[in-house]
Design a protein around this ligand. Structure first.
Ligand SMILES: Cc1cc2nc3c(=O)[nH]c(=O)nc-3n(C[C@H](O)[C@H](O)[C@H](O)COP(=O)(O)O)c2cc1C
Length: 195
């Protein structure tokens, strides 16, 4: 039978932006503050990974081994990502490609995931998330389907310390993280029962 993690669940989170003033990094801080206590968070860094090629498959660099270990150590992964040109940023896709290989050692297989993102645009990263859903489907990650988190970053919505200034957004984000906890539990219950 499959391993059945107990709460608190360890969540590895990816911030899809490398920008120092990233609004998605701020959103990640907000989400961690609003999350239920059964979720514990560790960032999985992506910025120092070289560009992936299968030439590395026989000899992964340490930074990529660290990435795969971080995902393996996590019970679930959370993507907090911007939308760049209607897709996920290249740096995030690069990290996913590293983690998905070498062939047969895909770190995301059966790893529950959720995604959320913010942008100033009115559809708040919806297109990038559809792109990410497609990628994570191929990586065989059970994904939380609902709620969906398309957050429009209006000026002043978040403070730099990770506070939300709007109650309805705070309620939504709190609910999103509570649903993620429940989703992780459901995935592991099913995997435990059915292998
Ligand atoms: C290369 C590039 C492409 C972008 N494309 C989109 C886009 O397709 N949709 C969108 O809503 N915003 C787009 N934006 C604006 C971003 O939403 C905005 O820069 C936001 O701050 C990015 O999130 P971050 O601060 O976490 O990096 C783009 C920004 C850049 C730099």
């Amino acid at each position: 039978m499959a391993h059945m993690p107990e709460p608190p669940y360890q969540v590895g989170y990816f911030v899809g932006s490398l920008a120092t003033a990233s609004i998605n990094r701020t959103l990640s801080k907000v989400l961690i503050k609003l999350a239920p206590s059964e979720l514990q968070f560790t960032e999985i860094p992506i910025k120092d990974l070289p560009l992936y090629s299968y030439d590395y498959d026989d000899d992964y660099p340490q930074v990529a081994l660290d990435l795969k270990k971080a995902i393996s150590d996590a019970d679930a992964v959370l993507f907090v990502t911007p939308e760049y040109n209607r897709a996920i940023p290249g740096g995030l896709k690069n990290a996913i490609d590293w983690a998905s290989r070498p062939w047969g050692q895909n770190s995301f297989a059966r790893k529950p995931s959720a995604m959320i993102g913010t942008s100033p645009g009115s559809i708040g990263t919806a297109v990038a998330q559809q792109n990410l859903r497609s990628v994570m489907s191929f990586c065989n990650s059970p994904q939380m389907n609902t709620p969906e988190g398309y957050i429009q970053a209006k000026p002043g919505l978040f403070t730099e310390h990770g506070e939300v200034t709007d109650d309805s957004t705070a309620d939504f984000l709190r609910g999103f993280m509570t649903e993620f906890r429940d989703f992780i539990e459901r995935v592991y219950t099913a995997l435990h029962q059915h292998g």
